[in-house]
Design a protein around this ligand. Structure first.
Ligand code: AMP
Ligand code: MG
Length: 513
């Protein structure tokens, strides 16, 4: 089924006079039934100022970065001016938050402006986050503070550079207004780009209302937009479920391979397209600890590092439940549909483990797959955990150690008891000898599996502090430049690749609200 495109009308000369900046929106969500969203414009802000335009992403989307950075552009990015072809919407969704179902969440502080077709032909949502109250705001003010906006900008762009499916940051502006959190903070708006904003919670919203027709509309839309191959399957809704499960399994494996902790894996933050979405209290681990939790509100460790695959599986089970009425119709009976749903969900852990094992082999420089490889990798992880070894640096330094044993020194130095590394390294070297790739080839492939630069929490906090306390955006700019080129060694950047000293350590992060 094709997406319900709007007829694209050419701008008239008077349109262009009124609005020199055109996104070229081709909106499809706005054509869906009205009960899926609320139409409303962003609420203007006092004094918008540009923080950043993502030049490379603008070009990928076919947008002119200079126009975005112009006065008119900044007014649009702040919600003070609506581009002529935009149809601003706040999307309806529900969600399980820490296991508790909330039947109505929805976009409480964002406006979808519209959809653009990028140069590569892919469709993207352009959304303002922090753009004012909506019918879904509940008790919130509809705004975002500068700190969380900068954190999302940095971390989502780092994730993209690391090759992880993610929403992107197209721009950030300050609003010239204060937002009241525990204290008063400068307000800001992020322009977020996503393959779509469909979430598990979007399906749950209508499932909770028994609105099977809306679920069908959403499912058909998700298939057309993200899983076109499912349309030709014998059971398209089962195929949709399979597709989402496969992408989530691969996504979570990628998080795990980078030491990334999302922090709020609620069903409303679980994307149907398989992108990382909603950067709140997320962080990258430094010392490897499988039980790591950063979020101040996650007291039970529900979304700890090693619980992430379980949390994703749990969320996917909620998606399966929501799709069950459609799957029942296509399977002929509820019993058959249930069996199909269990079957689909059962595939998650194998897919996740396979993706993680393949990734761990790449990280260890193993081009082939042998029995014992996964155990070898987990043995290393166990030793890293026991010895508080820095996750990112351990793997990065293995790239050199694989080529020359002298480089062991630098790896050993990361372990509280360096001999824990030595005995593992002996087994690893024996295994490497069974490979036939050249040392050069191995080093090259290891370096693109093991980043040198991740957005370390204390560096992110420093960048945020400088911007919030001193209106100094230089540390943000510098950190952004480093983390968006994560694999390439450059001299004089040691402070970005080094773990926090004890007094710099940031062990807790706070929700973005
Ligand atoms: P999050 O924790 O950011 O995923 O948000 C969970 C829900 O709370 C979503 O429905 C958001 O739209 C809503 N929300 C978060 N912050 C605000 C805010 N400042 N004003 C209104 N709604 C908000
Ligand atoms: Mg959210």
């Amino acid at each position: 089924m094709p997406l319900p495109d709007t007829a694209t009308e050419l701008p008239t000369p008077s349109d262009l006079e009124r609005d020199p900046f055109r996104f070229g929106f081709v909106n499809t969500y706005a054509r869906l039934p009205e009960r899926l969203y609320a139409r409303l414009n962003p609420t203007p802000v006092a004094a918008p100022r540009l923080i950043k335009v993502n030049v490379e992403l603008s070009r990928t989307l076919g947008l002119d970065p200079q126009a975005l950075a112009s006065n008119t552009g900044v007014e649009i990015l702040a919600g003070n001016r609506i581009p002529i072809d935009a149809e601003p919407l706040a999307l309806a969704y529900a969600g399980h938050q820490f296991g508790h179902f909330v039947p109505q969440l929805g976009d409480g502080r964002t406006n979808l402006l519209g959809e653009v077709i990028a140069r590569d032909g892919a469709r993207y949502d352009i959304q303002l986050k922090g753009s004012g109250p909506t019918p879904f705001s509940r008790r919130g003010d509809g705004r975002a503070a500068l700190g969380p906006v900068l954190r999302e900008y940095l971390v989502s762009e780092a994730m993209a550079a690391l090759g992880v499916p993610t929403t992107r940051a197209l721009a950030a502006v300050t609003t010239g207004e204060r937002v009241l959190r525990e204290v008063e903070l400068p307000g800001a708006i992020l322009t977020r780009v996503a393959a779509s904003h469909l979430r598990v919670g979007t399906f749950q919203y209508f499932a909770a209302q028994g609105d099977t027709e809306a679920i069908r509309v959403l499912a058909d839309y998700a298939i057309a937009r993200h899983y076109p191959e499912a349309a030709n399957a014998q059971q398209p809704y089962r195929a949709l479920l399979d597709g989402v499960i496969a992408r989530q399994a691969s996504l979570i494996a990628q998080w795990m391979l980078l030491g990334f902790v999302h922090g709020v894996m609620n069903t409303d933050n679980s994307s149907i397209s398989g992108e990382t979405i909603d950067y709140g209290p997320c962080a990258f681990m430094e010392a490897y600890d499988p039980n790591m939790v950063f979020s101040s509100i996650d007291r039970q460790g529900r979304y700890s590092y090693s619980n992430q695959p379980h949390a994703a599986h749990w969320n996917l089970a909620r998606l399966a439940e929501s799709l069950l009425p459609l799957m029942t119709q296509e399977a002929g009976s509820e019993e058959t549909a249930l069996a199909a749903a269990y079957d689909a969900l059962a595939a998650f852990s194998n897919q996740f483990e396979a993706a993680r094992s393949a990734g761990l082999r790449r990280k260890l420089g193993l081009a082939t797959e042998r029995a014992g490889d996964t155990e070898l990798a987990h043995d290393l992880l166990g030793r890293m955990a026991a010895n508080h070894a820095d996750f990112t640096l351990t793997f990065r330094r293995l790239c050199d150690a694989a080529a020359m044993p002298e480089a062991d020194l630098a790896v050993r130095a990361l372990f509280a008891d360096p001999t824990a590394y030595d005995s593992w390294a002996m087994q690893w070297r024996q295994r490497l000898q069974q490979e036939s790739v050249s040392t050069q080839q191995r080093t090259t492939s290891m370096r693109i599996a093991n980043p040198l630069f991740i957005p370390r929490n204390h560096m992110v906090e420093d960048a945020i502090d400088a911007a919030v306390e001193r209106k100094d955006f230089q540390p943000f700019e510098q950190l952004l430049a480093v983390v968006t080129d994560p694999f390439e060694y450059r001299p004089n950047l040691e402070r970005y690749s080094s773990p926090a000293r004890p007094e710099q350590r940031v062990s807790q992060t706070f929700c973005g609200t």
